[in-house]
Design a protein around this ligand. Structure first.
Ligand code: MG
Length: 303
């Protein structure tokens, strides 16, 4: 099941997108129509915080609609609403794994850059934008804006000291993140934070796919194109640290909470890795496709 956050003239809501990815079911409203006992929230963070019951109620609602042949009455066109990032304003910074694919670590430096331990930095919540929203070029501030296609994990359950073998129980679902990076700022300020946190540099979405639809997050094709040209083409089986390991390490002494987001790192093929280097410019369109999730598309603009 694919969960979106969207906006229309009456407010902001959560919806379930149909298998074709073109229509959305207004979850709260339809759930109420069905006579669902627990009221569903309109906010994704609140919904995820409800735990398993949220997914169960969503599943019941979708089944009720289909059983009563109400699909054409109740689903609305995705095009008729404004899609937001599935979690438009994360409660805390987005956790990002650095150098989680060996080939990418090598293109950023050398074999010596392949990490022995999970490497984590963060992006500010204010950097988040949705599918189809524009990435600002930040002209005058950076000359080296770069893309990084990544699988992202959304945590569904509070936990600390999570064991590897139980780690996936703490996941709500998966989405796609473009970890857009100002390489010159990343280098200049030493710590990654500024170069990773400019406004609009965390495109996320289009939706969160519930974990039940992803048998193994460590075996998904991931591809990034710029203006249709393939730049990154890999599979998450190439992770140095699989999702379970990342969750276990992050939660060793730090509580993970529902709605926390972890971007799992990018494969080889970023603009900085090319010779000559190929950074983003206004007019470029970046598309990141992750198997079983979908495609996240954003354009770079000078505005
Ligand atoms: Mg990254």
């Amino acid at each position: 099941m694919k969960f979106v956050t969207y906006k229309n003239s009456s407010g902001q809501y959560i919806g379930v997108v149909d298998t074709g990815g073109t229509n959305v079911l207004p979850l709260r409203e339809v759930h109420e129509k069905m006579g669902g006992e627990t009221a569903l929230p309109a906010d994704m963070l609140e919904a995820i915080s409800m735990g398993e019951i949220f997914y169960q109620e969503a599943e019941k609602t979708v089944a009720w609609v289909s059983k009563n042949n109400l699909d054409s009455d109740l689903y609305i066109q995705l095009e008729s609403v404004e899609l937001l990032a599935p979690i438009p304003r994360p409660a805390k910074n987005i956790f990002c794994v650095g150098k989680n694919y060996a080939e990418h670590a090598i293109e950023m430096g050398s074999k010596d850059d392949i990490p022995e331990h999970v490497m984590v930095f963060t992006k500010a919540p204010t950097s988040v934008i949705s599918h189809n929203q524009d990435i600002h070029e930040h002209g005058g501030l950076t000359e080296q804006l770069d893309y990084e296609g990544e699988l992202a994990v959304v945590i569904g359950k509070k936990g600390k000291g999570i064991k590897r073998e139980e780690a996936l129980d703490y996941v709500f679902g998966y989405t796609i993140i473009n970890d857009v990076t100002a390489r010159d700022l990343q280098a200049k300020h030493k710590q990654f934070f500024i170069g990773k946190s400019l406004d609009t540099t965390c495109p996320m979405g289009p939706w969160i796919v519930h974990k039940s639809a992803i048998a193994n997050p460590n075996n998904l094709d991931i591809k990034t194109t710029v203006n249709g040209e393939v730049r990154q083409d890999s599979n998450t089986e190439n992770f140095i640290f699989p999702v379970e390991e990342v969750i276990a390490v992050l939660s060793q002494g730090m509580t993970l909470e529902p709605g926390d987001i972890i971007a799992t790192g990018t494969p080889a093929g970023v603009g900085k890795g090319y010779n000559p280097q190929r950074f983003l410019k206004a007019g470029d369109t970046i598309e990141i496709t992750v198997e079983s999730i979908g495609t996240l598309r954003n354009k770079v603009t000078s505005e």
